[in-house]
Write a protein that binds this ligand. Sequence first.
Ligand SMILES: [Zn+2]
Length: 313
Amino acid sequence: MAYKRRNVREKRGGAALLMAWLMLLCALAPTALARVAVDALDGGAIPPAASLGALQERDAVSETEDTRLGFYGGADIAGSLFSFTVSPLDHEVIDPPLYAASFSRAPLPPSAAAMRVALTFDDGPSVYTKRILDTLERYGAKATFCVLGSRVNNYASTIERANRMGCEIIGHSWSHKSLTSLPLAEIENDISRTASVIKRVTGTAPKLFRPPYGSVNNDVRLAARRQGAAIIMWSVDTLDWSSRNADRVYNAIMSEVKNGSIILCHDMYATTADAVSLAVPELIRRGYQLVTVSELLRFDENGVTAGMTYRNK
Ligand SMILES: [Zn+2]
């Protein structure tokens, strides 16, 4: 019996409490709504759309950077949103769960999410290099030119243009001798002589080196390390020097390319320039960002080490 009475009393008390809450809510709601309207007009506690947009943009970048670590940023930004909330209703307008939904699950910005690939051109420069540069410039793309030291002075203006466009100019030996057949001192001399003539034109000593024929032995590795250069090979071979056929070069690129590829071409053939004029826009359409080899390797957390050999990212 005592139990029953207490239960009724508790029910009555609960109903009274509920009524009191409802009345309070009805009394507060118009004030709170008015407050939102004023804030929206004054640009007060609610952040103007532009500044919120800026926050969104900033967070999208940090989120991209942190994605590979499995961390979705936002705590700092959420904290800064809270810092200008002055009433519970404002807090509700800039609701953290809404924020999390719209930022963390937003698609990554195309530039940050792009796959990266490096086109490389060996044995030039030549009269065809200009056409390749025209294509790259048209699409805002970059490439790496692995030049022969003996050709640099004859094509200095081409190299200057490539350098101004943000392309990378590196050495591919002085005259395309296979370095593995030379004594160490001659290999070093060949690499440094080529690097010097490049630096005279571009103002920058190359940090990468591509040996002729991809031939490497311990002396070539040692020479490259002493010159402070990493050795770069390739992961996609277009065989453009052999086929001299634009379709086959284009198809070789498109069938083998993947994120981090280093693609080997030669800026010595009209057919290669033709293939590049089709491949560059198509690569971009497929979501690739065309970067230099140094830029490609820089995205690797381990960076680049002189004397080491790299075939792709
Ligand atoms: Zn070559």
